[in-house]
Write a new protein. Sequence first.
Length: 311
Amino acid sequence: MASTKYKLLLLAVIGITVTSGTATAAVVGSPDIAATLEDDTVAPGEQKTIEISLVNSGELDSGSTRNPALNNEVTTAKGLTVSLGSGDAPISVKNSKRSLGTLQAGPKTTVPFEISVDEDASSGTYDAQLRLNYKHTSYISEGTGARDEDRKTRTVDIEIDVTDDATFNVTDIDSNARVASTGTVAVSVENTGDSAARDAAVTLQSQNQDLAVSGGDATSRFVDEWEPGEVRTFNYRVSSAEAAEPESYGFELSVAFDNEDGLRTQSVGQSVAVTPDPEQQFSVVNSSSSVAVSNTGTYEVQLRNTGPLYL
């Protein structure tokens, strides 16, 4: 009888040992990737590079104390690709897909995306969608080395805030600038935003050396208060070099202003094209002189206006 009890006790101990060994012989886990956009504010009409931060914190269900490298293996995302879709946000995404390769648990990595915000975007908070696609090792047997591989696809909402600050759009350009001369460029600009702009500096900057603004690269005009929907016209003195051609030259117009919260804000720069008219030219038709050597007299020159303007 005692011998039977001993055998049963021994079997129970063996059973516990086997069960315990089985529980600790498997490493089980998965990546746990969070995505955030720190600078989430955009303006209508803006073209901007946004940077989405990815952090893999890893999720370890059953780990190994003997071989910690196996823990890292099951929490690592492999062959990771991310793609950004507009969702309900009024944006377009250029080159929306990125291949990141391996993302281990640990420090964040940053993924840039170039976006364009719709010109007529209404202010508000929207959700773009980031799609994550990766594979990972979900199970490793410490005893046999056997592995299970999984593939995951997840979609994460990325919050984008379209500001209700003042925004600006060039509505008209009128120029009498001329090659080898100085003229005026009148630029009409509308506040297309939902808020007023205060203490606004409206800057026109040349993007080339042949055309100068007020004798330099740039100059500004000032507006104390600029209401939504209001159109303002600004006159800039533009000088054209003799080497310039009567074709379009690029300028950039931007507005620095105080928003309704009193924060100094820089608008999205807009490209402005200015085309100087051809140089006014004259030709000599005839000349005559009755001036003797060492004397005074009259020297007549007859010129023809060859255009383009009638003077």
